[in-house]
Design a protein around this ligand. Structure first.
Ligand SMILES: NC(=O)c1ccc[n+]([C@@H]2O[C@H](COP(=O)([O-])OP(=O)(O)OC[C@H]3O[C@@H](n4cnc5c(N)ncnc54)[C@H](O)[C@@H]3O)[C@@H](O)[C@H]2O)c1
Length: 262
């Protein structure tokens, strides 16, 4: 009997945005432990470098690289993708993970803030997909994973821009996926929709309400009655990035403790 099981992401060359902490850093560790090379970017240069260094130390090998990138900047996308492909010997997976939260109802939110949310949460994904596709086409089978949210399906009127941006990510994902099938290229594109996970993005909520009340509020619409863990999301991304999901494209994968069912 052959007991050897190949690492799930062996040979994959993965570009992850927003990887300085939270979900992005968890994905980076997950991919590296499963045999991939990872190129990590974030607007926070020191923190993203620390994540890459920690991975290389843990695996006693150079499998992770880090660079600073503002995902709103088109020229930076072009530069970073080129740098990543040179470092890893190609690019077969793009994870568009960077994103921000924003509080405000339709009547409260300023246009400037609305545009900031759209540029970081939506336009960045357009730029990433557009400029990564030439590399992914060369690396078939390839995969794009866009991090959306439960907020794409469930409305909280206090987060008008965030909800709208995450719904846009789901449809942009399908547009990319169908463009690839039309071109008959094996580049899949799917979105992941997590419920709440304790990361930087929910920190303001904890600061405002305190530990117990924040957790109570965030878990009350979750049938499994707990927050998600970063690795709950990272496992979903690993599946969609790997060849295990080779027949899955234009899908919305919810990772939400059952929240969408109620
Ligand atoms: N944590 C949750 O509850 C949750 C739930 C659903 C979806 N999400 C989504 O998951 C993704 C990751 O968020 P997280 O929970 O890890 O939060 P986080 O705040 O810990 O991570 C977001 C990262 O994006 C980076 N970033 C922000 N603006 C950037 C920019 N302009 N350019 C480059 N990087 C930038 C930040 O520096 C940060 O490291 C986001 O898209 C978020 O909307 C999170």
């Amino acid at each position: 009997m052959n007991n050897h099981v190949a690492p799930r992401a062996a040979g994959k060359q993965v570009f992850i945005t927003g990887a300085a902490g939270g979900l992005g850093a968890a994905m980076a560790r997950m991919f590296a432990r499963h045999g991939a090379k990872v190129f990590l970017t974030d607007i926070d240069a020191d923190a993203v470098t620390a994540v890459a260094d920690e991975i290389n130390r843990e695996l006693s090998d150079t499998v992770a690289w880090a660079a600073t990138q503002d995902v709103r900047d088109e020229a930076a996308w072009i530069e970073r993708l080129d740098q990543a492909a040179k470092a890893m010997g190609g690019l077969s997976v793009l994870v568009n993970n960077a994103g921000i939260g924003s509080l405000g109802s339709v009547e409260q939110i300023e246009l400037k803030e609305w545009r900031r949310v759209m540029s970081i949460n939506v336009e960045s994904i357009l730029l990433g997909c557009k400029h990564a596709l030439p590399y992914l086409r060369e690396a078939q089978p390839a995969s794009i994973v866009n991090i959306s949210s439960l907020a794409a399906f469930k409305v909280d009127p206090d987060y008008a821009a965030y909800n709208t941006s995450k719904a846009a990510v789901a449809m942009l994902t399908k547009s990319v996926a169908m463009d690839c099938t039309r071109q008959k290229i094996d580049v899949r594109c799917n979105s992941v929709h997590p419920a709440f996970v304790r990361t930087g993005i929910v920190a303001p909520f904890y600061d405002a309400l305190g530990e117990e009340e924040a957790t109570r509020k965030l878990t009350r619409g979750i049938p499994m009655r707990r927050l998600g863990e970063p690795d709950d999301v990272a496992y979903a991304v690993l599946y969609l990035a790997s060849d295990e999901s080779r027949y899955v494209t234009a899908a919305e994968l919810v990772v939400d403790g059952g929240a969408c069912a109620i």
